[in-house]
Design a binder for this molecule. Structure first.
Ligand SMILES: *Cc1c(COP(=O)(O)O)cnc(C)c1O
Length: 374
C-alpha cells in the first residue's frame, strides 16, 4: 500500500466545534453554529466529519450543492443540511427526496423550486441569499423591491432565513466588510417591508465571526475553524486542535554532487554535497508545486527543506547530515518529535488560503479516522 496517509482526528473536530460554541457565548441569545462540511469536508471526508459534528450537537450542516447533500444523507446524516450553491434545475427533486434546505439566490431558482414543490404537493424550507458586495450568488442588495416580490408570491417556499457572505473578512483593513454589513441590515429591513420576516439571519464565516460579533446574528457559519485552523491574523482567538495530519515514509536516500539538481526542470543546483530523500507524495496527492524550495517537512524530528521540483508522485527533501533511511516516517502536516508544520504555514509559504491546502488533499491519499496520533 502507498505509505502516504491523512489521519483525521475526529475528537479534534468535536473539540473545535465546542470551542466555537463557547467563543460565541453561553447566553440565551447565543447564535447557532451552522457547521460547514462542503468540498468533502474540506478534504477530510464529508461523512465522517459530519457525523462527528452531529454527535457533538450540530443541528445544521452546510454543503456546496445537492450532490454533496445527498452524499451526507446516504452516509446517515440526519441534521438539517443547508445547500449554499446554485441549484441546478435537473437535480431539484433531490432537495425533496433527501430533505435538504436549499438556498434561493435568484428569481429563476425560486420559480424552479416552487414548480417542483407544487408538482410534488409539498413545501420546502429554504434560505434566501443576499449579495451585498461579493458579486457572486444572491439577490443584489440594491434592487430587492424589484426581484423579491415574485419570490414571496405563492405557496411552496418557506423562507426560514436570510443570509449573506463577506468578501473581505480576513482583511481587517478592508472597508467593504462594514459596508456589506450595513447593506445586509438594510436589506433585511427592506425585506420586512416587503412582508418577509425570516426567522433567522446569518452572515459570518470563520474570519467574520472572529472579527466582528455584530455579524453573529442568529447563526454563524464556520468551516475552517472546525478543522482546527485559524484564518490569517486570528491565531490567538480561540483554542483549536488541528484535525488533519499528513504522513508518508522515505522510499529512497541518495547522494548528490555539487552542482547537480533534483527533478524536472533541473533548477536550483545544490551548493554542497547533499543527501536527498525521496518521499512518495506529489502534486497528484494535492501537494502544491510551489512548496519546492519554499516548504519543509519533518523527518527524524527535524524540519528539512523540500528541494528540487515537486513531481506528480514524489518530492525530494534535503536530509544532509541526518541519519535517515528508507522506511523512516515523514510528516508533511502535523507533529513529530516536538517539531510541527501546520496548514497555515504551508498556505503562507505558497501564497494561498489554508482552505485550499486542505481541500487539495488528493483522493489517492488514504484517510484514516480516529483520535490524535503522534
Ligand atoms: C465556505 C463557506 C463558509 C465557511 O467559510 P470558512 O472561511 O471556512 O469559515 C461560510 N459561508 C459560506 C457561504 C461559504 O461558502
Amino acid at each position: 500500500m502507498r505509505p502516504t496517509f491523512a489521519h483525521i482526528d475526529l475528537d479534534a473536530v468535536r473539540a473545535n466545534y465546542r470551542a466555537v460554541l463557547s467563543y460565541v457565548g453561553g447566553g440565551a441569545d447565543r447564535p447557532d453554529v451552522i457547521a460547514v462540511v462542503k468540498a468533502n469536508g474540506y478534504g477530510h471526508g464529508a461523512v465522517p466529519v459530519a457525523r462527528a459534528l452531529e454527535a457533538a450537537g450540530a443541528g445544521m450542516l452546510a454543503c456546496a450543492d445537492i450532490e454533496e447533500g445527498v452524499e451526507l444523507r446516504r452516509g446517515g446524516v440526519r441534521a438539517s443540511i443547508l445547500v449554499f450553491g446554485a441549484l441546478s434545475v435537473s437535480d431539484l427533486d433531490g432537495v425533496f427526496t433527501h430533505g435538504l434546505t436549499p438556498t434561493i439566490s435568484s428569481p429563476v431558482a425560486a420559480r424552479a423550486l416552487r414548480d417542483v414543490a407544487t408538482r410534488r404537493g409539498s413545501r420546502v424550507a429554504c434560505h434566501l441569499k443576499i449579495d451585498t458586495g461579493m458579486n457572486r450568488l444572491g439577490f443584489r442588495y440594491d434592487n430587492l423591491t424589484q426581484t423579491v416580490p415574485e419570490v414571496l408570491d405563492g405557496a411552496g417556499l418557506e423562507i426560514d432565513a436570510v443570509y449573506t457572505h463577506f468578501a473581505t473578512a480576513e482583511d481587517r483593513a478592508h472597508p467593504l466588510f462594514d459596508v456589506q454589513r450595513a447593506r445586509f441590515d438594510e436589506a433585511v429591513r427592506c425585506l420586512e417591508e416587503l412582508g418577509l420576516r425570516a426567522r433567522l439571519r446569518h452572515a459570518a464565516n470563520s474570519a467574520a465571526l472572529l472579527r466582528e460579533r455584530a455579524t453573529w446574528y442568529a447563526a454563524v457559519r464556520p468551516g475552517l475553524l472546525l478543522y482546527g485552523v485559524a484564518p490569517a491574523g486570528h491565531t490567538e482567538a480561540l483554542p483549536l486542535t488541528p484535525v488533519m495530519s499528513l504522513r508518508s515514509r522515505v522510499v529512497a536516500v541518495k547522494g548528490m554532487r555539487v552542482g547537480e539538481t533534483a527533478g524536472y526542470g533541473a533548477r536550483s543546483p545544490v551548493m554542497r554535497p547533499t543527501r536527498v530523500a525521496v518521499v512518495p507524495a506529489g502534486y497528484a496527492d494535492g501537494l502544491d508545486v510551489r512548496i519546492a524550495g519554499r516548504g519543509s517537512v519533518i523527518v527524524g524530528g527535524h524540519r528539512v527543506p523540500v528541494i528540487g521540483s515537486v513531481s506528480m508522485d514524489s518530492i525530494t527533501i534535503d536530509v544532509t547530515g541526518l541519519d535517515v533511511t528508507p522506511g523512516d516516517e515523514v510528516v508533511l502536516l502535523g507533529t513529530q518529535g516536538g517539531a510541527s508544520i501546520d496548514v497555515a504555514e504551508v498556505a503562507a509559504a505558497v501564497g494561498t488560503v489554508p482552505h485550499e491546502i486542505l481541500c487539495r488533499t488528493g483522493s489517492r491519499i488514504v484517510r484514516t479516522y480516529g483520535s490524535a496520533q503522534e
